[in-house]
Design a protein around this ligand. Structure first.
Ligand code: URP
Ligand code: ZN
Ligand code: ZN
Length: 457
């Protein structure tokens, strides 16, 4: 199968140029001006940008919280992903208590294999850290997993600081990295009790229990743990100006830290919890304030933020109603996997906060590097995997859950006007999205990942 993309502007982190791109047998064969070769399909990308396929570093598909299961599984979640330009999702395979990492990996393959419309890899989220789990880590690398996750919060997942320290040393020495959900568990539990004692039970209490300092303390603590373990650290879903300051201070002390943020932290506002459907915004960390949004955008501009994931973790409004009388019982998370590129373009590129080249860096290249997929993925170059996005910057539209392909009946981005969007997607050398429509579902493949490329070391 040969596909020729003509007349587009090819965007890489190093610059942009008018060029045609020829794809053959799943790889990029040629990038040059005015390619005149036969192809099975010719795509006219005039007035469009051509990017390496986007990588979402943070999704939760088919995740069982114990109380309920996410609305999106791999079938629906990856359809939404690929239509939005995400050619690879990195989902959190989750080792719950009583499971081994091997169990979790087998389970996640069963959830994803043969049902995915984007490529997919797994981070391994661990709820226990002991000799038995450590004995499994080398097998995880052999199975293509070089990134892990630990939580400072959630009763079912929380590990101790000592466990994070030991795991960082152990996994860092093997070429891996651990993403950590940074919040102060004890303080937020105390604040939940305070709010309930005041009779404050609706979603507006959620951000009150988890103010900026709850995150910033967790980030600062992680930075000190990494200083002691001498291993790389990855802060997931960073949401605050104060948290970002802790990352920058740590870097000045020589700590190797990678920072991920998400569109909800530079587009949405804490006041939205007061809306009638405020439960849909209940996620952790919560939505923030204008100063935090400005700081996250500034971090994207100054390359302090490494990449943008979505933390897609969707629930229907019926599921969110589990907490209608008690905000702390609302399942945490929101939908966003389809909307990441258009939100980054609209809120960051079009406003002049970042360049198109930085968009390529934030949505693809740096994730491909840290998560062991570069240079097969993350950059448009000859020989790379043909995962390619044709992005139309002039396609104004209103985001709505009704037109999104995700499976839940709400979107935190409902009603937002985006100025451009993904038009066509080539996945593994095949045209799977054409004019915004998924024309070839289920073409996703498992991405076997190598050790991290630690570009900040
Ligand atoms: O609220 C969120 N973010 N839910 C998903 C799990 C996590 O914390 O990443
Ligand atoms: Zn988290
Ligand atoms: Zn998450």
């Amino acid at each position: 199968m040969r596909i020729l993309i003509k007349n587009g502007t090819v965007v890489r982190s190093t610059g942009r140029k008018k060029a045609d791109v020829l794809v053959k047998d799943g790889r990029i064969e040629k990038i040059a001006p005015a390619i005149e070769e036969n192809a099975d399909r010719v795509i006219d990308a005039s007035d469009c940008y051509v990017f390496a396929g986007f990588i979402d570093t943070h999704t939760h598909f088919d995740l069982d919280l114990g109380t309920t299961v996410t609305a999106d599984d791999f079938e629906t979640g990856t359809k939404a992903a690929v239509v939005g330009g995400t050619t690879t999702v990195l989902d959190f395979a989750t080792q719950d208590h009583g499971m081994t990492m091997h169990d979790a990996l087998d389970l996640w393959h069963k959830k994803a294999d043969g049902r995915s419309s984007s490529n997919y890899g797994f981070h391994m989220a661990v709820s226990e850290w002991n000799d038995a789990r450590k004995a499994e880590v080398d097998d995880m690398f052999k199975a293509g997993i070089s990134s892990f996750k630990m939580y400072m919060v959630y009763d079912a997942m929380k590990v101790s600081d000592g466990q994070i320290y030991d795991a960082q040393k152990f996994i860092g020495a093997r070429g891996g990295v651990i993403g950590v959900h940074c919040e102060n568990y004890d303080v937020l539990q105390a604040r939940i009790a305070e709010e309930k004692a005041k009779g404050h039970m609706d979603p507006t209490a959620h951000p009150v229990t988890r103010p900026q300092a709850v995150e910033a303390e967790g980030v600062a603590r992680l930075m000190r743990i990494a200083e002691l373990s001498k291993a790389p650290a990855w802060v997931v879903h960073l949401s605050t100006a104060d948290g970002l300051e802790e990352v920058k201070r740590a870097r000045k002390r020589g700590i190797e830290v990678y920072a991920e943020s998400c569109p909800q932290y530079f587009t949405l506002d804490v006041k939205q919890y007061a809306e009638p459907d405020g439960a849909k915004y209940v996620m952790s960390p919560p939505l923030r304030e204008a100063g935090d949004r400005a700081a996250i955008l500034d971090g994207m501009k100054k390359k302090d933020i490494d990449f943008i994931g979505t933390d897609h973790c969707s629930f229907t409004m019926a599921q969110k109603a589990m907490g209608k009388d008690d905000f702390s019982k609302i399942p945490n998370g929101g939908a966003g996997v389809q909307n990441r590129a258009e939100l980054v373009y609209t809120y960051a590129v079009e406003t002049g906060a970042i360049t198109l080249e930085q968009m390529a860096l934030l949505l693809s290249e740096r994730a491909a590097k840290l998560f062991g997929m570069y240079p097969k993925k993350g950059v448009l170059r000859v020989g790379a995997d043909a995962d390619i996005v044709v992005f139309d910057p002039n396609d104004p539209h209103t985001i709505s859950w009704e037109t999104n392909l995700h499976a839940c009946d709400n979107s935190p981005y409902e009603g937002i006007k985006a100025s451009g969007r993904t038009r066509d997607v080539i996945l593994n050398g095949e045209l799977v999205v054409e004019n915004g429509q998924l024309v070839k579902p289920n073409c996703g493949r498992y991405v076997f990942r190598k050790p991290c490329i630690r570009y900040r070391s």
